[in-house]
Design a protein around this ligand. Structure first.
Ligand code: NAP
Ligand code: GDD
Length: 361
């Protein structure tokens, strides 16, 4: 009998980690996840699988080298998905040193620990489209696009990206970079722009919030659906040859357009007036201001325009994004109408949505 595959996921309590753990359990893996100590349990995204017989969590931290050594030696995974990160770009301007400790040195520590315990594991690095910097005219970005990162988050991830390539070449490790464009879901953290918008649209429709304050409405993003992106992570590690691949939809919208799509789900058509910090989005029917720009959310430096050229991934993995931004906005708003917080299941049925919305739009 062949032994079951064993995977280790750092960042398992995050959006992607939770979907990836579910995917791997469904594929028959033993799944081990590293969680760090917080003042409150952060395992809500893991509620569905916490007591699964093939799922185990371990305390650890990517800034704690000894915990990584101990866990690698004890678990002995055949696949390692390194997703742990201080993943918020705006926050990285406030905590640049910490972001580098976690994102840059954390990756180095993990790769080095794998080498030192002489583990023959395949390694996936959560690299990011932020590496490209998003300057106008560089889109669609592909594997050969120059890397010009524009935040402490992105420079820390650049270090991780190159460390993976160096360890692959220097030591023959099966280490790959998935260069993923933005991917979202009902489980997205509430301080990322899509979730902030969809939750606000649902609350405004329920009469629980007046208005939404946002930053740069002109930024362009290529948004996909997180459960599909964790499939790409898995496919990358199933290849015999390690690689660096761009994963995205190939479509892109401004923040303004995403807000329009989300508010349309609750029957609010937004009309825009003003410019820059004075721009407002009003409900065309009532005239009520529903979106305002607040410069507090502007970043010291912005990644303006990201749109993927995912053709290489389509050819090499046979992977293609299936859920595009309009469908994504719809499924996220519908979820937020029913659950004001994380809750399960992710997808809701029409009757639930109708009950919640009755008389409220
Ligand atoms: P997320 O929801 O913010 O999750 C980050 C995870 O990392 C959480 O489980 C967090 O634990 C954990 N973590 C943070 N610092 C840690 C530390 N010092 N030691 C151990 N764990 C730590 O991020 P995500 O959206 O799932 O993204 C997953 C990865 O993909 C990240 O590396 C991110 O930078 C990258 N990425 C994301 C996207 C995207 O659009 N989502 C695109 C490209 C790349 P807590 O729960 O305790 O906070
Ligand atoms: N968070 C946030 N909040 N962003 C806003 C807001 C706001 O109120 N208003 C406008 N934005 C703009 C940001 O300036 C940015 O241009 C865009 O919306 C997207 O912001 P986020 O949703 O915070 O995501 P991100 O693109 O900065 O980073 C995410 O995607 C990266 C991949 O490209 C994160 O998941 C990163 O970890 C990931 O690497």
């Amino acid at each position: 009998m062949t032994a079951r595959k064993k995977a280790l996921i750092t960042g398992v309590s995050g959006q992607d980690g939770s979907y990836l753990a579910e995917l791997l359990l469904a594929k028959g893996y033993d799944v081990h996840g590293i969680v760090r100590r917080n003042s409150e349990f952060t395992s809500r995204r893991l509620d569905r699988i916490l007591f699964h017989e093939r799922f185990t969590t371990h305390y650890g931290d990517v800034v704690d080298t000894s915990s990584l050594h101990t866990l690698l030696a004890r678990v002995g995974p055949s696949e390692i998905y390194h997703l742990a990160a201080q993943s918020h770009v705006a926050v990285s301007f406030s905590v640049p040193d910490y972001s580098a400790q976690v994102n840059a040195l954390g990756t180095l520590r993990l790769l080095n620990a794998i080498r030192e315990v002489d583990l023959k594991a395949r390694f996936y690095q959560a690299s990011t489209s932020e590496l490209f910097g998003g300057l106008r005219g560089t889109e669609p970005q592909h594997e050969g696009t120059p890397l010009t990162p524009r935040s402490p988050y992105s420079t820390s991830k650049l270090f991780g990206y190159w460390t993976v390539r160096n360890y692959r070449e220097a030591y023959g490790m099966h280490a790959s970079n998935g260069i993923l464009f933005n991917h979202e879901s009902p489980r997205r953290g509430r301080n990322f722009v899509t979730k902030k918008i969809t939750q606000a649209a649902a609350r405004i429709a329920r009469g629980e919030q007046e208005m939404l304050r946002l930053g740069n409405l002109d930024a362009v993003r290529d948004w996909g659906y997180a459960p599909e992106y964790v499939e790409a992570m898995w496919l990358i590690l199933q290849r015999d040859v390690p690689c660096d691949l761009v994963i995205g939809t190939g479509t892109a919208y401004t923040i303004r357009q995403f807000a329009e799509m989300a508010f349309a789900v609750v029957g609010i058509e937004l009309g825009w007036s003003g410019q820059g910090a004075d721009e407002r989005g009003r409900d065309r029917r009532t005239g009520a201001v529903r979106v305002a720009v607040d410069p507090v959310y502007f970043r010291p430096l912005e990644t303006e325009r990201l749109r993927a050229d995912p053709r290489l991934a389509e050819r090499t993995l046979g992977w293609r994004a299936r859920t595009l931004a309009p469908a994504l906005a719809r499924l996220m708003v519908r979820y937020d109408i029913v659950h004001d917080e994380f809750g399960f299941p992710d997808l809701v049925d029409d009757a639930d949505v109708a009950r919640r919305m009755e008389g409220r739009t």
